[in-house]
Design a protein around this ligand. Structure first.
Ligand code: FAD
Length: 475
């Protein structure tokens, strides 16, 4: 048995994901090296092990060592949402910023087959796609006037420079039915959980994708996802809480702020500093808090500077930032929400996608002269939504364009929101998410003035200035 240090990779070309998982799992009780353990395993022995330990005794974390790369193509962006709601996985999807959608690339739900609403649905999606495709050259011409070609710039280079500017705007018209591809890297434990959610979902498309992913995954991990089934608890919760009448509970577009910090810790900065002192000290947390509470404001500010003021571009702030959290009630256009949801480390509870919270009208749509066509498309979507929602609000969500607002309750620790602010206030971020990230930064510093200048928000911009530059009123 080797005694010197060894580092090596288990080869996924030679070992199946389930065998790799068992190889690691067995180190718990075996003194042998991983290579020796792997040599003695077969796919059959690995399956037996998983049946006994993972399935039988519930040692589910073993399944995390079996990793799959799942390619999912031509699913609606509404279905992409469900897939990506599994936080312990990695995704890359077709971008509505870097690609243009081709005509007719929308999902047709099985729920509407043989229903008169099928025609309403198809006509509305087609109308939205037509409007989207018409908007591209019109907004492009307007954008070209805003960003003229430079003397030394080729037409192709000029188009590359302005492309995101107008595609970012036209994407507001695309409905949630638009088809996309998404690549997912996920371990078998997270996948099993994700499949249970998908198989219990109210949409037929999501249930079918769940069944197809399960079938595809079983080729690689025959045992670990075999028992993923419908989750009656999830279905019961959906039935019990959906549309529970609450007094005064009606959608109120335009009322109240669109991004509100609704809850945060008492003395968030003290809590944060106490957590850092705790990490590097030997006291109880209560003592660390008392010590911070007794510090002069200047000393706290100096410690915060040490903690956050010297971070390099690739540095992550200390994990102790996670001991301080904030809850925001956010209303953002669906296109912006689609990017926001990718921040997996936060807890996000989105409400159903509807046309009830109004829609955003980008300034470029107005100034390029596309406003009448845009409003007509939004109106058609709202009318179709109402008709289809009589039968199924879930299915109706497919016709809702990215411009319509979505409400999401978001709880984040300071470390995660620091990352979001850093990434999403950058100049290349979409203006919708940039406005949100800037607003979150402003609200956090309003409640914790000691953090002023220490969050990585863009200098020279405010959420208000972004709003004035890129949006007109929300309808
Ligand atoms: C300029 C730009 C272009 C983009 N283009 C696309 C695109 O074309 N298509 C697309 O699908 N997405 C795109 N995205 C979204 C991007 O891929 C991320 O999903 C999104 O920005 C969230 O960032 P995050 O993963 O760092 O954040 P979070 O999910 O909030 O994670 C926070 C941090 O936790 C750590 N972390 C979380 N999960 C893991 C994990 N599984 N493994 C390792 N570390 C982890 C990382 O340090 C991460 O930065 C783009 C983003 C940007 C900024």
């Amino acid at each position: 048995m080797p005694t010197e240090r060894q580092v090596y990779l288990l080869d996924p070309q030679k070992l199946s994901p389930e065998t790799i998982a068992v190889t690691f799992a067995k180190t718990s009780r075996s003194p042998q090296s991983f290579a020796e353990i792997a040599q003695q395993l077969t796919d059959e022995k690995s399956a037996e092990f998983h049946e006994k330990w993972v399935v039988g005794y519930g040692h589910a974390s073993v399944a995390e060592h079996a990793v799959l790369h799942v390619a999912v193509e031509n699913i609606s962006r509404l279905a992409v949402e469900t897939l990506e709601s599994n936080r312990l996985a990695s995704y890359t999807e077709k971008s509505s910023r870097y690609q243009k959608w081709e005509n007719d690339r929308f999902y047709r739900p099985a729920e509407l087959a043989n229903s008169p609403l099928q025609a309403v649905y198809a006509q509305t999606c087609q109308l939205l796609f037509d409007a989207y495709l018409e908007s591209l050259p019109q907004v492009q011409q307007w954008t070209a006037r805003q960003f003229p070609q430079r003397p030394d710039e080729s037409p192709a280079a000029w188009e590359r420079r302005i492309r995101t500017e107008y595609v970012d705007v036209c994407r507001f018209i695309l409905p949630a039915a638009a088809l996309a591809n998404v690549g997912m890297t996920i371990n078998a434990r997270a996948l099993e959980h994700g499949l249970r959610k998908m198989l219990s979902h109210p949409l037929e498309e999501v249930r079918a994708i769940g069944a197809e992913i399960k079938a595809a995954a079983q080729a690689e991990v025959p045992t670990l996802v075999k028992y993923a089934e419908v989750d009656p608890y999830l279905q019961k919760m959906e039935a019990a809480f959906t549309d529970l009448p609450l007094q005064g509970d009606s959608p109120q577009p335009g009322q109240g702020a669109w991004c509100t910090l609704v809850a945060y810790d008492t003395d968030p900065v003290d809590r944060l500093l106490a957590a850092v002192l705790y990490r590097y000290g030997e006291t109880e947390f209560r003592q660390a808090r008392a010590r911070v509470a007794a510090m002069p404001a200047e000393q706290k500010r100096s410690l915060l500077h040490t903690l956050l003021g010297s971070l390099g571009r690739h540095d992550n702030p200390l994990r102790e930032l996670e001991h301080t959290s904030f809850t925001f009630d956010v209303t953002i256009d669906q296109g912006g929400y689609f990017e926001l949801k990718r921040h997996r480390m936060m807890t996000q509870s989105p409400q159903r996608l509807t046309t009830h919270l109004g829609y955003a009208l980008p300034r470029a749509i107005l100034e390029s002269g596309f406003e009448p066509r845009y409003r007509q498309a939004m109106q058609a979507a709202a009318e179709a939504y109402e008709q289809i929602a009589q039968v199924s609000p879930e299915v109706a969500a497919y016709v809702v364009p990215n411009a319509y607002n979505r409400r999401v309750l978001l709880t984040t620790n300071l470390r995660s929101v620091y990352h979001l602010i850093n990434l999403r206030t950058a100049p290349n971020a979409h203006f919708s998410v940039r406005r949100l990230a800037q607003c979150m930064a402003e609200q956090i510093t309003a409640c914790c003035p000691a953090l002023s200048g220490l969050l990585p928000a863009a200098a020279g911009e405010s959420w208000d200035s972004i709003e004035r530059q890129y949006f007109t009123q929300t309808e």
